[in-house]
Design a protein around this ligand. Sequence first.
Ligand code: AMP
Length: 639
Amino acid sequence: MTAVANSSSSTLADFHRRSIEDREGFWREQAGLIDWHRPFDQVLDYSKPPFARWFLGGETNLCHNAVDRHLSTQANQPALIFVSTETDQERTYTFAQLHREVVRMAAIIQSLGVVRGDRVLIYMPMIPEAAFAMLACARIGAIHSVVFGGFASHSLASRIDDASPKLIISADAGSRGGKVVPYKGLLDEGIALASSKPAAVLMVNRGLAPLERVPGRDHDYAALRERFFEAEVPVTWLESNEVSYTLYTSGTTGRPKGVQRDVGGYAVALAASMRHIFCGNPGETYFCTSDIGWVVGHSYIIYGPLIAGMATILYEGLPIRPDAGILWRLVEKYRVTVMFSAPTAVRVLKKQDPSWLTRYDTRSLRALFLAGEPLDEPTARWISEGLGRPILDNYWQTETGWPILTVAHGIEKTPTRFGSPGMPMYGYDLKLLHEQTGEELGANEKGVVAIVPPLPPGCMQTVWGDDVRFVNTYFSSIPGKLAYSTFDWGIRDADGYYFILGRTDDVINVAGHRLGTREIEESISSHPAVAECAVVGVADTLKGQVAMAFTVLKDSGMASSPESAMALEGDIMAVVDRQLGAVARPARVFFVNGLPKTRSGKVLRRTIQAVCEGRDPGDLTTIDDPSALEQVRGVTGKR
Ligand code: AMP
């Protein structure tokens, strides 16, 4: 394979320019960072825009690159470090041990009838078996679809129906803040609600919650692990463009989209990002506090660090339990060199005694990366001064799989700027476009952050099972141009630093978790007392945004007293908890007589949002019934 260009001699601007002007040459070099079983014949096939196919004809495997590949040099070095402050467990798997567990899991999955191309839905807490399951699927060419453990039955059902998994892998329970969160009831309810039924369910029993097995369908992981203890399962070599996984994400409709990712492009993109952006080296430790249910967990808890030959910490717990020093204690203990978290976690820490930041030796840490939501300046300053380490904001999406905007210190030590995630990363032909004209905008002009296709390796290939939706959703919103819309507003300063100014759609971001307001509205509307509702995201000092629901009841008398309103609010929240999960629960459910709408009946969500945030709602001439907005002001106390 070709050697990767020595990036230290290049500036980020040169590196970026080359990645766009000589796309094929650039990515051919980056492809040398991973192992190929069979070399690719062609770097890029872009004959059917906007669909891009990378490294055609090449055969590789994510599990091989993450695990097997390191066995000859790093077999006895740590690979997976599991820490649970929920169950007080701490266990390290070397690459050799991780390999054994993944092979056993692969044998179990195969024994349950799963073959290459079948889908396996993984609904699990942050335990090692979740990592084994993902890597085992990758090993045999099964397509995993991880559903965040905080989601509940309806979220599960819609994903089961879309992915039609042959197998679901789950556990008896997760745990959050010392409280057991049973999974099995939600899982059974999800399967009952779905029209597509998995042939088998594999249950990991942690002994945290009762487990009722469905005979013939449910299987016990521990028993099967014993049976396949000595199994051998070779890697299945996959063509670069076969599907590695799908991951569901929310958009403007109530139906989540299955973001579909390939094998070779993803492996190359992650390997390149580990080198140029995260600057992690083999034998070091990476600590990402996200969850495997999110894209950050896929890319930077599991695949990225392992592909780079690093040990990765899988952490089940909160940042302030048993105390606010836990993250830094782990940094010290495992000599973490690269850390990745979310601004919300830092804002949680900010409420604690700041001396926690300096009680441990965190000098091993080269940088703390933060992503998933806007990083406000006070939070960035607080953590950067408190920790004395570089804080690197990075902006990206489930769809892209790796950072779009940041600084790439493996290429050039570009200074950071508070409030800005940085500059376009190599491979992304980023533009700011005018929402209505599609015209390209210059410095200091606000526009839609868009990517001129082809999207670089690692980005989504399509929406699972729905190419039309892929094109219609992402490539059809900017007039006159084939451009991928991020649905984020942005602005670029004269020096090329970008600033993200919020979403152009109704997607909200709660504590770094992306939620569709329509899904929450649909859930609330399923409550028998509710006639209609509108959910908006409202700025929150801790979580970035929280969901607020405005609900019109079929019988307004049901919430006429403060007691009945409070009871009904709790009832509605419980519906959301049960259907979507507590992560989607609105912070408040307000009862109103009518929703502010235009004369044509469109709910004025932005207007409601502005009122909730105490901002000027702007032009109100299209509003049908101004008293509805007055009521929103009244119930939220924003008069
Ligand atoms: P998700 O796909 O769940 O990762 O959410 C992606 C969305 O989160 C983006 O489209 C942005 O709206 C927001 N986001 C992610 N990272 C950042 C960041 N560093 N700064 C500002 N917004 C961000």
